[in-house]
Design a binder for this molecule. Structure first.
Ligand SMILES: Nc1ncnc2c1ncn2[C@@H]1O[C@H](COP(=O)(O)OP(=O)(O)OP(=O)(O)O)[C@@H](O)[C@H]1O
Length: 305
């Protein structure tokens, strides 16, 4: 277990990760920062309730992973089906989402359940739901409320039982105010709202996540597990992570590939140097403790300064 994980608060790991709906790559969810642990409590409360859930958070914060965890804890036996609304074809979005009957349009030689039907008994995860074409927003709400879906060209509606978990990186309330998003669908989703903070707002997760990704990638690539040096730890904690956990994951993956010794150094992280004004740097230096000062001196010595 990571040195940065306090005892009694282990990773949320999954023994049969390959068979779990967590994700193809993820083997665990790292929740160490107090804000993440609070979120984990909210997930435990919301997951079995069967309510729709809206996850709000910046890109790369882990929204899909959280949605998979909600499905996992819901006890629903159907599939977890993830759909990126921005990737739906403008022409065929309705058929892709709700399915179609045989002969519904030229070339449709067989019927399709659509993403909605595929999630029957399970969870439909709609990423960036704000990008869902407006004409489909009310149709989606009707299908969820009536538990019936009208496939394109089908004479009758088909019964479906779908739990919706949606995600958005934009403020849907503003999209509603701008007339770009259905107010009724927003109200339906807003019943169960989860806020996934940006990585910089839950700094206690940074080092545990870094160590977790080091372990995952070292194992996957068959490489020895290096230590995360003190200078590298400092650099990781100071970076603002605009790309959130996804950015941290790729930084650690890269560091592992370029690190030749048994310690990850700041240079291996290839983080952009911050263009902080001198006053900010002075203020940060004044706040360093003895351990951090020693790391900084070692760092400068390494760089030959
Ligand atoms: N708490 C966490 N523990 C372990 N891995 C995580 C955690 N959060 C995110 N990740 C990993 O970070 C990467 C990005 O997560 P994910 O795809 O869920 O983010 P997202 O918010 O859905 O992104 P986007 O908005 O771009 O779709 C994934 O590889 C995921 O496995």
């Amino acid at each position: 277990m990571s040195r940065h994980l306090p005892p009694g608060q282990p990773l949320l790991t999954f023994p049969e990760a390959d068979k779990s709906p967590l994700s193809i790559r993820a083997k665990a969810l790292v929740f160490v920062d107090p804000r993440s642990r609070k979120l984990r409590g909210e997930v435990e409360r919301l997951a079995p309730a069967g309510l729709p859930v809206l996850i709000r958070g910046e890109s790369g914060t882990g929204k899909e992973l959280l949605a998979r965890q909600i499905h996992r804890e819901s006890g629903r036996s159907g599939l977890f089906v993830a759909v990126s609304c921005g990737a739906l074809s403008p022409t065929w979005a309705e058929a892709e989402l709700f399915g179609h009957a045989v002969g519904a349009y030229v070339g449709s030689a067989c019927s399709r359940a659509g993403w909605f039907g595929s999630a029957n008994g399970g969870t439909l995860y709609l990423d960036e739901i704000g990008d869902l074409p407006q004409n489909l927003q009310d149709k989606l709400l009707a299908a969820l409320e009536t538990r019936e879906v009208q496939r394109l060209g089908a004479p009758q509606p088909t019964p479906v039982d779908v739990r919706l978990v949606a995600a958005s990186s934009v403020d849907l309330a503003q999209a509603v105010a701008a007339g770009k998003f259905s107010e009724r669908l927003y109200r339906y989703l807003d019943e169960g709202c989860l806020e996934l903070p940006a990585l910089r707002e839950r700094p206690g997760d940074i080092l545990p996540l870094a160590e977790y990704f080091l372990g995952v990638y070292a194992q996957r690539l068959g490489l020895p597990l290096p230590q995360l040096g003190a200078g590298a730890q400092l650099a990781l904690e100071r970076h603002p992570w605009p790309g959130n956990t996804r950015e941290l994951e790729s930084v650690i993956h890269f560091a592992l590939l370029v690190c030749s010794g048994d310690e990850i150094l700041p240079a291996h992280l290839n983080l952009p140097s911050s263009a902080a004004p001198l006053a900010v740097i002075e203020e940060q230096l004044a706040r360093l403790d003895a351990r951090e000062l020693a790391s900084l001196q070692a760092l400068l010595a390494q760089a030959g300064v």
